[in-house]
Write a protein of this length. Structure first.
Lengths: 112, 119
């Protein structure tokens, strides 16, 4: 099974700062990448999807994809305490199921 | 806004007992997924359905786990007998299809999950 790796953290940033979350994946042919946010005890919630190299912005969130380096990142601008959660990176496995392979997540703490 | 429904939300059982979880996907979603998430880890796919057919159950412990989606709508995941190591969050997700077009996976939406504790 292909792998998705994330730093477990916690990543601690002050309120208002930019939080940078990183993810690497092993399946070179993967085409679909997703970031989910998961609050403690809750289920994952989709933040962004990205399919093409480059940046994709949605409000305070920017996803960045570099397929050549097999690297995807999520930037959170103007971080708020409510952004404190675990961020899961997920990559589609390129087989008949297109199933998602999840990383273990990075825990983000935003200090007031 | 349409959501994936799951029940129960919490379940406490003793080892060797049988447990069952239910999931109702977003209306019109043909693909349904059951994941298990152990504390501190990412979700791991147990079984994937396309309509009523199993697409992937390679990680499902078939000696004790079973899943069905008889009419291609709602689904049940069963564990019998439960073991201590089965304590986890069981998540159901759905998507319109497995993929948008060749190479691009469809977005999956998760239900609230069922937290299982086996004593």
């Amino acid at each position: 099974q292909k792998e998705v790796e994330q730093n477990s953290g916690p990543l601690s940033v002050p309120e208002g700062a930019i939080a940078s979350l990183n993810c690497t994946y092993s399946d070179r042919v993967s085409q679909s990448f997703f970031w989910y946010r998961q609050y403690s005890g809750k289920s994952p919630e989709l933040i962004m999807s990205i399919y093409s190299n480059g940046d994709k912005e949605d409000g305070r969130f920017t996803a960045q994809l570099n397929k050549a380096s097999q690297y995807v990142s999520l930037l959170i601008r103007d971080s708020q305490p409510s952004d404190s959660a675990t961020y899961l990176c997920a990559v589609n496995q390129m087989d008949s199921s297109y199933k998602l392979i999840f990383g273990s997540g990075t825990r983000l703490l935003v200090r007031p | 806004e349409a959501e994936v429904a799951q029940s129960p939300r919490y379940k406490i059982t003793e080892k060797s007992q049988a447990v069952a979880f239910w999931c109702d996907p977003i209306s019109g979603h043909a693909t349904l997924y059951w994941y298990r998430q152990i504390l501190g880890q990412g979700p791991e796919l147990l079984v994937q359905f396309q309509d009523e057919s199993v697409v992937d159950d390679s990680q499902l412990p078939k000696d004790r786990f079973s899943a069905e989606r008889l009419k291609g709508v709602d689904s049940t995941l069963k564990i019998q007998p439960a073991e201590l190591g089965d304590s986890a969050m069981y998540l159901c997700a759905s998507s319109l299809a497995a993929f948008k077009l060749a190479g691009v996976g469809e977005t999956q939406y998760f239900g609230p999950g069922t937290r299982l504790l086996v004593l």
